[in-house]
Design a protein around this ligand. Structure first.
Ligand SMILES: [Zn+2]
Length: 456
């Protein structure tokens, strides 16, 4: 893909996407499938497993037959179409890493480069940009599972007339379905006082945002419940039960967690009983041993997932990298038979201090995400790290990506950061392949104030 095509990708996506008749398609899907989707996780575990195995068989054969990356990868282990008969057969397939998807872009990770007409980007906690093709069917299924999320996390209170406000990176593909199921959007770069005014005016039923953004909303001592808000879903960053409980008390709402990623969509959701249930029909989630990579049925290990929705760029046995514990013996009275995750680690983030004002990692990660969307910076394959070395100094590390960045791109990166960081902090951008690791762990945003960090 040429650089100018890459720079135009998002515009094309949206243009093409808007041409489709979403209201009609999604309206029909809601009529014919929403009940089934909503009750899926109430099925017996054996029914859920049977469904998953079928989906996996179909997906793996499709990927092997159509996607060059998988053809090469699975040929090496002697894969043949139809050879997955059991989960154990599936567990023998090699793990997929983000770097493989990045180096396979664009031709190797899709059947046809035209599939990139709808795409999604990920950088997440690895700080490395990746573009994936996504099919319109996957977007629709994801939308239906989103509606299920509103229903289940609100304990069945959510109705199609309600508005859900996303304070997030970028808006969802559709903002409503035939005027119902409205999904409103504000960017996380919006100052919290303005977001609060907007909430007071528009009275959403539910808000979905980062826990650190919600913490800033708590500072105003306003009960969101006075403005119609009943539920807040937090995601993308670590937040413990106590913190969510405290915020819930302050705001007069219920605060529940969502564990998700761009590649795997919804991984697990906190139910009204405060158990995390795996979204078994969104992604097939596994835990593997960190060293041996052996499958672990019950216990602690690294999260690996297979996206069951998207065929455009299949994601199969993908190394998500977080550490989680699955307890298959644990049951929950909420009626959801999705496996229960008892701990998730790996979403801890640092903040940047801008004149004693906290700028959460996720706001900065959102900015980075928008380097492509807003400024058309060709980020594919670039890895970034934003490091605060001193109270008044920010260092941005970038690795070289697929395309060269112009001076204008660099200027845009700086300007984007100054939209949330005060201008009296200096920002320096450096190209490097040596990033900062704290206890062997990479974080996209690092605060090293007082640690005498020697710049490389
Ligand atoms: Zn439950």
């Amino acid at each position: 893909m040429e650089e100018f095509e890459y720079r135009k990708l998002k515009d094309l996506s949206q243009e093409e996407f808007d041409k489709l008749e979403h209201d009609k398609q999604l309206g029909n899907l809601i009529k014919s499938k929403l009940n089934e989707v909503c009750s899926f996780l109430h099925n017996d575990v054996s029914v859920i497993k049977e469904y998953q195995l079928k989906q996996i068989q179909k997906l793996v054969d499709y990927a092997y037959t159509n996607i060059p990356l998988y053809k090469k990868k699975y040929d090496k282990v002697g894969y043949k179409v139809g050879s997955i008969k059991t989960f154990d057969d599936f567990y023998k397939l090699p793990i997929l890493y983000k770097d493989e998807l990045i180096s396979g872009f664009p031709d190797e990770i899709v059947k046809n480069v035209n599939d990139f007409k709808f795409s999604t980007r990920s950088s997440g906690s690895s700080g490395k940009f990746l573009t994936l093709a996504v099919s319109v069917e996957a977007i629709y299924k994801d939308t239906l599972q989103g509606i299920r999320q509103f229903i289940t996390q609100s304990n069945n209170e959510y109705k199609k007339e309600d508005v859900v406000l996303f304070i997030y990176t970028c808006p969802w593909w559709v903002d409503s379905i035939n005027g119902e199921y409205k999904m409103d959007y504000l960017p996380t770069t919006m100052p919290p006082n303005e977001a609060l005014e907007y909430i007071m005016k528009t009275k959403p039923f539910m808000i979905s945002t980062y826990p650190t953004y919600l913490q800033r909303l708590c500072e105003f001592n306003v009960k969101l419940s006075d403005y119609g808000v009943k539920y807040v879903i937090v995601h993308s960053e670590q937040s413990n039960r106590q913190l969510r409980f405290d915020m819930a008390q302050k705001l007069g709402v219920e605060v529940l967690d969502e564990y998700s990623s761009e590649e795997l969509t919804r991984i697990a959701l906190e139910c009204p009983n405060h158990n995390y249930h795996i979204e078994e029909d969104a992604s097939f989630i596994e835990i593997i041993d960190e060293k041996t990579h052996q499958h672990i049925e019950d216990g602690e290990g690294v999260v690996v997932g297979t996206n069951l929705l998207n065929y455009a760029t299949p994601i199969i046995r993908y190394y998500q990298g977080d550490i989680a514990t699955i307890d298959t013996k644990k049951k929950c009275s909420c009626g959801n038979n999705g496996r229960i995750v008892t701990s998730i680690e790996g979403r801890e983030m640092d903040c940047i201090n801008s004149n004693n004002r906290i700028v959460p990692a996720s706001s900065l990660m959102d900015l980075a995400y928008n380097w492509f969307l807003t400024y058309k910076i060709p980020v594919q394959g670039i890895k970034y790290q934003i490091i605060q070395t001193h109270k008044d100094k920010i260092l941005v590390y970038l690795s070289k990506g697929l395309y060269n960045l112009s001076n204008k791109d660099m200027e845009n990166i700086k300007e984007s950061l100054y939209s949330v960081i005060d201008r009296n902090l200096s920002i320096e951008i450096k190209f490097t392949e040596e990033f900062y690791y704290k206890s062997n762990k990479f974080k996209p945003v690092v605060n090293l104030i007082g640690e005498n960090y020697e710049q490389k």
